[in-house]
Design a binder for this molecule. Structure first.
Ligand SMILES: O=C(CO)[C@H](O)[C@H](O)COP(=O)(O)O
Ligand SMILES: [Fe+2]
Length: 216
């Protein structure tokens, strides 16, 4: 079954708790987009918000760090209750060390690649991560259009997992809707992040079902 991770980036922040409760029963993870105004041109959520939403849901909090020097903040996100912490390859010169830092805090480590980054850049650490996140937009904002050229990377990650018996989930983030969800799942995606396709709709249950309908 394909997992769904609603991205709260597109939720109404004035009533974030209610927004999370509104998707809680139909989702698998809650995706939390952390931006620092340096790695990406936007500023969003810090550990305080993760700590505040932790008691709202029993779903795993899937924290996507779009920040420079993530190793300085990983302990605070772990303490706040993150279950998965993903770091960008492009932000981590010592990627293996950063992945190990996350695991040592008993949090599942993930690695993220931007649309312009090839899978080859993360091949050496694929055996060490629990999640690989393929960006299908340039990170920084919700509501952008899906970049189709990233789809071959999902296929490649799927093939590498089979070949080497790796254990990661393949997650896709950016521009996921009813149409692009199908393309991602056909290519081998296990987890779909969707922000605007869920939170910009009035009926969130229906929005999630329309993404997952007809998917395996
Ligand atoms: O990481 C992100 C942006 O950097 C978000 O998770 C992503 O953009 C979700 O929004 P949408 O589904 O509207 O594209
Ligand atoms: Fe994200």
């Amino acid at each position: 079954m394909t997992k769904i991770a609603p991205s709260i980036l597109s939720a109404d922040f004035a009533k974030l708790g209610d927004e999370i409760k509104d998707v809680d029963s139909y989702a698998d993870y809650i995706h939390v987009d952390v931006m620092d105004g340096h790695f990406v041109p936007n500023i969003t959520i810090g550990p305080l918000i993760v700590d505040a939403i932790r008691p709202i849901t029993n779903l795993p909090l899937d924290v996507h760090l779009m920040i420079e020097n993530p190793e300085n903040y990983i302990p605070a996100f772990a303490k706040a209750g993150a279950n998965i912490i993903s770091v960008h390859q492009e932000a981590c010169p010592h990627l293996h060390r950063t992945i190990q830092q996350i695991r040592d805090l008993n949090v599942k480590p993930g690695v993220v690649i931007n649309p312009a980054t090839p899978v080859q850049q993360i091949e050496p650490i694929l055996g060490d991560v629990d999640l690989v996140l393929v960006m299908t937009v340039n990170p920084g904002f919700g509501g952008q259009s899906f970049i189709e050229s990233a789809v071959s990377k999902i296929e490649r990650l799927h093939d590498l997992r089979e070949k080497h018996h790796y254990d990661y989930e393949i997650e896709v983030d950016g521009g996921v809707n009813q149409e692009t969800a199908r393309i991602c799942v056909d290519a081998g995606a296990d987890v779909l992040v969707a922000g605007s396709a869920i939170f910009k709709q009035q009926n969130r249950k229906q929005a999630i079902q329309s993404i997952t309908n007809h998917l395996v």
